[in-house]
Design a protein around this ligand. Structure first.
Ligand code: BG6
Length: 491
């Protein structure tokens, strides 16, 4: 890829926060290191407190040393990168205060201005208004919004409406960092560049799909935030539904942002609503109790610091989702995500239907299914489970299940897989919206989740317990067993 000639002013609101210091500056450094940040670009950190550029740059340098591998921190590039950083103190809610920022911004009308809101969504409207009123925007400005945008359809509409007063949809980049993961984008290549999969990707050939996003971490220090959200809002409404869309969508006519997003919206609209009755058969809501992870005892959710004994918040969700369209009628999409699971693992498993007629030894019939595993993290790659003849004169026609494996970090020339934020920031700089979530996607996703969470709101029972370090409540396994299926790790 060539060095972009578009130079930008990249303005990060909330520049002292965890996201900015842990991810954004590190990602921008990596872009610079890869030669993908134009040398005239500037990065302006914005926060409320008074500080000078020199001490802010020191803070950024310390963060880079912490979050970037030592062999990737090249002194010359680091010095060049730090030189691009400036600091500006702004009181986010006071228009007058934005004059400080205006004075720093490059005054050319064409130069791109990227305003990244790494702040709570409750002030997105206020920042948008003040940027515009103070004259900080030009014809080439855009805004980047972090999730969560609201906690339901209504509150997300409020935030989106406020931002839309000042920026139109082509200027708004809503982040779902899962879309920046290399393997997630590879799903598009895998599905639409390979005729082999293109022809098989439907209810005639696929029996069911599993999407698992499991994390080892618990809530550690985030109890207050997390308890208001829960796993449904934190992970399902965004990351899991995005993965579902990319797995299930029809081929877009081309790779343009709107073509891809139109297809994703169609999937969201076709999702079968979860009714109250279906909550017992199609949904499992869980909460971790104390347990053991990697040999160490860990506390339960209700024993974490700051826990409220009345909480009913879930840390685990499993859902049997169904898509009411021609391609997917009758194919369950099992979604599962949880905290304090045995491993950090994000993967999509596509189970193909068995042969209509089985001519091998009946005792081997259970083997006879192909399975495509798309591993998003860790060890990004794909594997295709196929059946072979067991080698050897004495094996007759015995079958053996084996995997064709492609490990991306081993197969690519560059062993380093870029962080999702590097990809997303690069796309913003290049003005490409295909990896960002359009407003109607957010709305349809909330609509589906709100309906389900509405049933929970009237449920007085706490979520089902599961021991930290396990794969979730027993009911999650039973949900699949009733359909004659099982989660990937049980097979
Ligand atoms: C975030 C959630 O969006 O995604 C976190 O708010 C979660 O709770 C994180 O830990 C997981 O992201 P990743 O990239 O580590 O799988």
């Amino acid at each position: 890829m060539s060095i972009p000639n578009t130079s930008s002013d990249i303005v990060i609101f909330g520049a002292m926060g965890d996201l900015a210091q842990r991810k954004l500056f590190a990602s921008l450094y990596q872009l610079d290191r890869a030669g993908l940040l134009s040398q005239e670009s500037r990065i302006i950190g914005v926060a409320r407190h008074e500080e000078d550029t020199a001490s802010f740059t020191n803070t950024c340098e310390e963060s880079l040393q912490k979050y970037i591998k030592a062999d990737e921190l090249e002194p010359e590039i680091l010095a060049r990168f730090l030189d691009k950083i400036e600091y500006c103190a702004v009181n986010f809610t006071e228009t007058e205060s934005y004059q400080n920022l205006k004075a720093i911004l490059d005054q050319s009308a064409e130069r791109a201005r990227i305003f990244y809101y790494a702040t709570p969504a409750s002030i997105y409207g206020s920042i948008s208004r003040n940027l515009t009123r103070s004259g900080c925007t030009n014809t080439n400005s855009c805004v980047v919004l972090e999730k969560p945008i609201g906690h339901n359809l209504q509150s997300s509409n409020e935030v989106n409406d406020q931002v839309a007063e000042y920026f139109d949809e082509t200027q708004i980049y809503r982040i779902d960092h899962y879309l920046g993961k290399e393997t997630v984008q590879n799903l598009i290549a895998l599905r639409f560049a390979n005729p082999l999969f293109g022809s098989q990707w439907n209810q005639s050939h696929i029996s069911h799909v599993e999407i698992t996003v499991a994390e080892k971490v618990g809530i550690e220090g985030r109890w207050g935030y997390f308890d208001k959200a829960g796993q449904m809002r934190d992970m399902v409404q965004n990351h899991l539904l995005q993965l579902l869309c990319l797995t299930a969508m029809d081929p877009p006519d081309d790779l343009s942002a709107d073509m891809i997003r139109n297809e994703k919206v169609k999937v969201l609209k076709a999702l079968r609503p979860i009714t109250l009755e279906m909550c017992n058969t199609h949904v499992v809501r869980g909460r971790y109790t104390k347990g053991v992870l990697e040999g160490n005892p860990v506390p339960g959710y209700m024993e974490e610091e700051g826990a409220n004994p009345d909480s009913k918040t879930e840390t685990f969700v499993a859902i049997k989702a169904e898509i009411n369209n021609w391609r997917w009628a009758g194919v369950p999409f099992y979604l599962r995500t949880g905290k304090r699971m045995p491993e950090k693992l994000s993967q999509i498993t596509v189970h193909f239907k068995p042969q209509p007629h089985f001519i091998f030894d009946e005792s081997q019939r259970h083997l006879a299914q192909n399975k495509l595993v798309i591993r998003l993290q860790p060890e990004e790659g794909i594997s295709l489970q196929i059946l072979n003849k067991d080698h050897g004169l004495n094996k007759g026609m015995r079958l053996r299940s084996e995997s064709l494996n492609l490990n991306f970090s081993q197969s690519s020339e560059q062993s380093r897989i870029p962080d999702a934020y590097e990809r997303l920031l690069l796309e913003v700089i290049q003005g490409n919206q295909y990896l960002f979530v359009r407003r109607d996607e957010v709305e349809h996703a909330w609509n589906w989740c709100d309906q389900l969470m509405g049933h929970w709101a009237n449920d007085t029972k706490p979520p089902q317990p599961y021991s930290a370090g396990s794969w979730g409540p027993k009911a999650s396994d039973l949900m699949l067993i009733k359909d004659g299926n099982s989660w990937h790790e049980d097979q």
